[in-house]
Ligand binder design. Sequence first.
Ligand code: ANZ
Ligand code: ZN
Ligand code: ZN
Length: 820
Amino acid sequence: MVFKYNFKEIEEKWQNEWENKNIFKVVEDKNKEKFYILEMFPYPSASGLHIGHAFNYIIGDIYTRYKIMQGFNVLHPMGYDSLGLPAENAAIKEGVHPKDYTEKAIANFISQQKKLGLSYDWSRMFMTHDPRYYKWDQWIFLKMYEKGIAFRKKAPVNWCPKCETVLANEQVHNGKCWRHKDTEVEIKQLEQWFFKITEYAEKLYDDIDKLKDWPEDVKAMQKNWIGKSYGTEIFFEINNKKWKVFTTRPDTIYGVTFMVISAQHPNLMELVTEEQKDKVLEFISKIKYTREEDIEKLEKKGVFTGSYATNPLTKEKIPVYVGNFVVAEYGSGMIMAVPAHDQRDFEFAKKYNLPIKVVIQPQDSELNNYEMEEAYTGDGLLVNSDQFNGMDNKEAIKAITKYLEEKGLGKRTIQFRLKDWLISRQRYWGTPIPIIYCDKCGIVPVPENELPVILPYNVIFDKGNPLATNKEFINVKCPKCNGNARRETDTMDTFVNSSWYFLRYCDPFNEKQIFDRERVDYWTPIDVYIGGKEHACMHLIYFRFYTKFLKELGLVNIDEPVIKLFNQGMVHGEDGAVMSKSRGNVVLPEEVSEKYGIDTARLFLVSNASPTKDIRWSESGIAGSLRFIKKILTYFDNVKVGKSTAKVESKLNKAIVKISRDIEEFNYNLAIIKLRNLFEYFGKEESIHTLETFLKLLHPFCPHITEELWRRLGNKSFIIQEKWPIADESKISPEIEKQERNIERLYEDITNIKRILGKGKKAYIYVLPDEITIYKEAKKELEKKTMLEIHIYAVNDKNKYDPHNKASKSKPGKPAVYIE
Ligand code: ANZ
Ligand code: ZN
Ligand code: ZN
């Protein structure tokens, strides 16, 4: 009888059962060990979810089911990062309100996710545009304001004329808007809100080494992003005032021949003399804003400011230039230029005919001030450096710094590349910043008991920020003097919302406080965090920063939010390109579910490669997974429940050990190979234990059919609530394992011989008499795998067919082979 199977029916049935019986709902339980699994916070795009997105959730789901069966109390929540620019832009384009637009998108997202059979505790679901959530964004903001971490300053900002909003540095890619890839980003000076993440730079940097279970490349990217430099701050006197300069090369101080201040330095004009003023103003109006990533390629340009600096050691007077290759935001925004040993300075000196003075002499050649074609940046011995002459330059870095410190002319310092986090957005669809401006009292934070500051629903979308033109929103009484005042109309960067959501999942609807400390202590940190590499720097740094801030407030007791970070690969479409709507190569889960069943798709997604690798969707691949699933279904429909052989038991127990380890390490593909392998050994009759164990091992990958088959075996329970199998290692027979390996080797011998012959229909195998049963058992399997007709003889069989007398070559565990 051919098995009739309606995937859709089975899937819906079990999804409903799990939901109705609250199978994945969890509460804190001190007697159970917790495990927190989280996939990165999705932005609910209106185009919904394709199989590529689904991959991420399925990886988390497999792990969750495995951990639940292992007896952990597993928190696996889901919610939506629903504020942000895309919703606002799309809403404007389509004339729908962002709230309605987003909520519709979320409803669609949820229904799609539910069809994947995901093990979420849906009772914890929240969306960040819900005032009950963003109230606490505002509350954290107030705490940061209190501690001086949230602050306001006038700052040059990246402005996308198309988005009509400020962009974070990270949202500028090669000078263009990340969203509008053809739009040049402009620079504007605006009063902005910032979070002083730089105060945490050192901690964020140093603690990266504690993240033992994070991918090395992500850690390297974060280190690079935070950018720690050990160096020296040196004081130069200019016009009777001390100016600081940051250098990593104090050993070159005798080679400084000019200074360069950034064209965007806030105090630049203090240095510019009357005669030079016009030239400087013209220069700064002409050049582009200096960005660190552009410096290397940039044509180095500058103008003399008219001022001179005094080198603190040589007392020489050296000219101060304003230049385009010094960034305002790094170090002190001014450099000591050493053209002999820094390529940027070298290019500048060549262009403006400034002196080049060698102070580091390499061991193997002699540098000459006049003949250099590029800077010498390597190591060597100091020359032209007074009492430091002859010293190794690495030594000189320490010695000169010490000398400067003794004389009060400088000090050792550490410099970070990380910039303060600009959180102001001139946009509607974000968390309102809880600040009021009063002419009398200045900046006044909204009192805590007046939170949340609600984002008004009725606004007019025109150009720019709709809040800025909304009188009802703006006009407010000052909390201090009760006079007329104005609300801040900037909203927060949406990365704010995703910086602490994992904590709220522990206590999602608390109205009295941000979350209950005990509940958070129970669940945190996140044990496994699953998401794409694109979040390596922004989200994951902000997330770590919030954790550290909240720890200082005494709200959490963890330093780091995540123990293990798992980056999944990308899913590519049939055409080989990354699956995306714009490419038109997306596969939708509902289509797949209709055609193959979602269990088949889940199996396929993790079968062919480690989930860390990119995978390619293929109809033939998924057909292969479907064949396996059908085989399993047909098998369970026909199998006789009875006894399993010692061999099957050995295989089964070995598989338990290996599959558990594979899942634990996210080697899902290897687990599947072992499951398939195990299945091959099953006979017409197997014990109930064997059959049930197989279903349990398969469950994390194919949750629906395994629940179904579990019931068909007569169980009343949910398989997901069963215990993960534990191997009985005493049943793993070394003898059987050895025979398996022998048969495997025989198979390889046969294929090799066949390949050398270039043909063959029949294979004759000569085995020692006491091994004949083992090899006869394997006959069918060998025939199938080698596609040859196989004859097995004991070597002492008088009737054997053996034209080349091969039987005499047979050894224990190594049969002889003859092919014709
Ligand atoms: C003198 C010198 C001599 C330098 C030499 C280098 C080589 P890190 O921290 O590793 O990136 N610098 C300092 N502030 C700068 C700014 N605001 N914009 C552009 N460049 C800046 O490198 C620090 C070095 O970058 C500093 O050391 C300084 O140049 C430059 F043979 O000072 B150095
Ligand atoms: Zn843009
Ligand atoms: Zn006031």
